[in-house]
Design a protein around this ligand. Sequence first.
Ligand SMILES: [Zn+2]
Length: 174
Amino acid sequence: MEPVGSGSSKPDPTPSSPSPSTSAPPPSRYESQKRRDWNTFLQYLGNHKPPLTLTRCSGAHVLEFLKYLDQFGKTKVHVATCPFFGHPDPPSSCACPHKQAWGSLDALIGRLRAACEENGGRPDANPFAARAVRIYLRGVKESQAKARGIPYEKKKRKRKLTVTAVRLDVDLMN
Ligand SMILES: [Zn+2]
């Protein structure tokens, strides 16, 4: 007589094909923003010379994209020679350039990182998670904090919450 292993012959009840798109929740504000960002990035890749595909996209291209976005920025970042350098609330205007605020770029990269994986990008080859991008963002954060006289310590907690939200969204999508 052979002892039968407990539960070894039980059939696996896991369905092999989950029904798609029948019970999808309506897109949240985060989801629609993410979609918009992703389309902007794809458009950027399409207009790139020479044209780029997502699979050939590296962290360096992501940095190009972030610098390209600066021209649409609305945050005044004082140059070191400006009298308002390090002044959080200047009494008058100056000729310093507008840029994308660090917080906007940081949130944008989080959304694009998630969107990339949802659109078939491999997690270990995600250009938005590249080390160069992290280093660039850290540099932007430090230089803008100095130039604008704004410490980012207070925003740190908010940022962590955003990151958690991104993870939750990714889990829901899978
Ligand atoms: Zn200035």
